[in-house]
Design a protein around this ligand. Structure first.
Ligand code: TGC
Ligand code: FAD
Length: 390
C-alpha cells in the first residue's frame, strides 16, 4: 500500500495560499490514482502511458499560467511549481510531458505567436487533444544551440526547412513541433511544423536507461514546405528558445523536489520497518545521518523554489537565478535517489520501490535543459561578468 507523507519541516506550506494547496491536493490525488499504480510497468516497458495526456489536460497540468482565454488556467507561477513537484513525485517523464507541453510549446506560441496561432493551437494543447514537442538540440549542437545547422529559406509563398533535431521529448507522438532554425542571415527563428508535412519524419530513440516512461526521438526535415503563417512572428535570435528554457528550467527546479521527497519518504518508511541486528535500521547512526541529510537538503530546495516562485510572480527573476535553482535542486534529488536506494539494500534495485527509476530519470534531468556544468558556467558568468563557455 503506497503511503506518501510530504516533507514540510520548515512550514513552507504556510507560505502557500489556499489556492496553491487545493491545486496541489488535486494533482497529488491524481498522481496517487493514475500514475503510481502503473508507472513502474510503463518504465519497464519503455513506453509513455498515452492516456495520461488527456488526463494531464483535465487536471490543468498543461499551461497553468497561460490565460484562460487560450485554454490555460491563468494561475501564478507557484501554482505551476507545485504541480510540477507533484508530477515528478510520480515520475520525471510525466513531469517532462507537462513541462514540454506548457513551457516549450504553449509558452512560445503564447509569447511569440500571432493571435491566429494562439487561437489555433493553445486551446487544443491545453486539453491534451494535441501534443507538442520542442526542437532545439541537434546531433552536433547540444550545449551550444547558437551553432545550430537547421535552416530555412524563403521560397516566396512558403519556407523550405532542412536539418535535424535530436533528443526531442515526444517527437514521435507530437502533432506539432516548435522548431528553432536559422534564416538566410543566420538569425534563429521559431517555426511550427505539423505532423504530416511532406519531408518531415520523427524516428524514435530507443535503448534509453533513463526516462523510460517518456518518448524521445529525432526530428528530420528534408525540404519541408512550411506555410509562412507558421513562423512565430514576435521573436528573433537565440533569446527566443532560451526564454522557453527559463520557463521549463523553473518548473524543473520545483519538480525535482517531488522525486527527492518520494525517495526520502520511501527510505524513511523502510528504515523504520526493516530490522537488522535485532533493531530497525533507522536506529543506526549511519542511517539517521542519511535521512537527516535528505531532510535538510529537501528543505533548502523547497525554500529556494518558493523564493524563486515569488521572484517569478513579481517579474523579477533572472535567468541566472533559475539556472542556480535548477542545478541545485536536480543534483540534490539525484544524490538523494542514489543514497536512499542504499538504505533499501537489495530491495532498492527492484521496481517494488521507486528509487532506481527516479535515479535513472534524474540522470536525464541533470543533462537536459542545460547540463549541470553549463548551469554552473551561467552562474560563473553572472558573478564575474566573464563567459567561460568558449
Ligand atoms: P549568449 O551569447 O549568452 O546569448 C545569446 C542571446 O540569448 C540571450 N540569452 C537569454 N535570453 C533569455 N533567457 C536566457 N536564459 C538567455 N541566455 C542568453 C542573450 O541575452 C543573447 O541575446 P541577444 O539579444 O544579445 O542576442 O549565448 P551563447 O551562444 O553563448 O550560449 C549561452 C548558453 C550556453 C548559456 C546557452 O546557449 C545554454 O543555455 N545552453 C544549454 C542548452 C540547453 O539548455 N538546451 C536545452 C534544450 S531543450 C531541452 O533540453 C528540453 S528537455 C524537455 C523535457 O523536459 O523533457
Ligand atoms: P554536449 O553539449 O555535447 O555536452 C557534453 C558534455 O560536455 C557535458 O558534460 C557538458 O556539460 C560539457 N560541455 C559542453 N560545453 C561545455 C563548455 N563550454 N564548458 C564545459 N563543459 C562543457 N533537447 C531539445 O531541444 N528538446 C527536447 O525535448 C529535449 N529532450 C531531451 C530528453 C532527454 C531524455 C535528453 C537526455 C535530452 C533532451 N534534450 C532535448 C537535449 C538536451 O537538452 C541536451 O542533451 C543537453 O542540452 C546537452 O547537450 P548534449 O547532450 O549534446 O551534450
Amino acid at each position: 500500500m503506497y503511503t506518501y507523507k510530504p516533507v514540510d519541516y520548515f512550514g513552507v506550506d504556510d507560505l502557500l495560499t489556499d489556492e496553491h494547496k487545493i491545486i496541489r491536493g488535486s494533482v497529488r490525488d491524481w498522481v496517487n490514482r493514475s500514475v503510481i499504480p502503473i508507472i513502474e510497468e510503463a518504465a519497464q516497458k519503455h513506453e509513455f502511458p498515452m492516456h495520461l495526456f488527456k488526463e494531464l489536460g483535465e487536471i490543468g497540468a498543461f499551461g497553468p499560467f497561460i490565460p484562460e482565454k487560450y485554454g490555460g488556467a491563468g494561475m501564478d507561477y507557484i501554482s505551476y511549481g507545485v504541480i510540477m513537484t507533484e508530477l515528478e513525485r510520480g515520475d520525471s517523464g510525466v513531469r517532462s510531458a507537462a513541462s514540454v507541453q506548457t513551457s516549450l510549446v504553449m509558452y512560445p506560441i503564447f509569447e511569440f505567436g500571432s493571435e491566429k496561432q494562439r487561437n489555433k493551437y493553445l486551446p487544443k494543447l491545453a486539453t491534451g487533444e494535441i501534443i507538442g514537442c520542442f526542437g532545439l538540440t541537434e546531433p552536433n549542437h547540444g550545449s551550444d544551440p547558437g551553432s545550430m545547422e537547421t535552416k530555412f529559406t524563403d521560397e516566396g509563398d512558403h519556407y523550405l526547412l532542412n536539418g535535424a533535431k535530436m533528443w526531442i521529448t515526444n517527437s514521435t507522438i507530437a502533432d506539432i513541433a516548435v522548431v528553432w532554425a536559422k534564416d538566410k542571415n543566420g538569425i534563429v527563428r521559431g517555426l511550427i511544423v505539423e505532423n504530416g508535412m511532406k519531408g518531415f519524419t520523427a524516428p524514435e530513440t530507443t535503448g534509453k536507461w533513463s526516462l523510460r516512461a517518456s518518448v524521445t526521438g529525432e526530428l528530420v526535415f528534408d525540404n519541408v514546405k512550411v506555410p509562412k503563417e507558421n513562423l512565430l512572428p514576435n521573436v528573433k535570435g537565440l533569446k527566443g528558445p532560451l526564454s522557453c528554457l527559463n520557463s521549463a528550467r523553473y518548473g524543473i527546479a520545483w519538480g525535482a523536489i517531488g522525486a527527492a521527497m518520494d525517495c526520502y519518504n520511501t527510505a524513511l518508511n523502510y528504515a523504520l520497518e526493516r530490522k537488522q541486528f535485532k533493531k530497525p535500521i533507522a536506529s543506526f547512526q549511519l542511517t539517521q545521518k542519511k535521512l537527516a541529510e535528505f531532510l535538510t537538503e529537501i528543505t533548502k530546495a523547497q525554500l529556494l523554489a518558493w523564493r524563486l516562485g515569488e521572484l517569478k510572480n513579481q517579474g523579477k527573476v533572472t535567468p541566472a537565478q533559475i539556472s542556480l535553482a535548477k542545478r541545485n535542486n536536480v543534483k540534490m534529488a539525484l544524490d538523494i535517489a542514489r543514497e536512499s536506494r542504499q538504505i533499501l539494500g537489495a530491495m532498492g534495485i527492484t521496481d517494488d520501490f521507486p528509487m532506481m527509476r527516479h535515479m535513472m530519470n534524474l540522470e536525464s534531468v541533470i543533462t537536459y535543459e542545460g547540463t549541470h556544468d553549463i548551469h554552473l558556467l551561467i552562474t560563473g558568468h553572472d558573478i564575474t561578468g566573464i563567459s567561460a563557455f568558449e
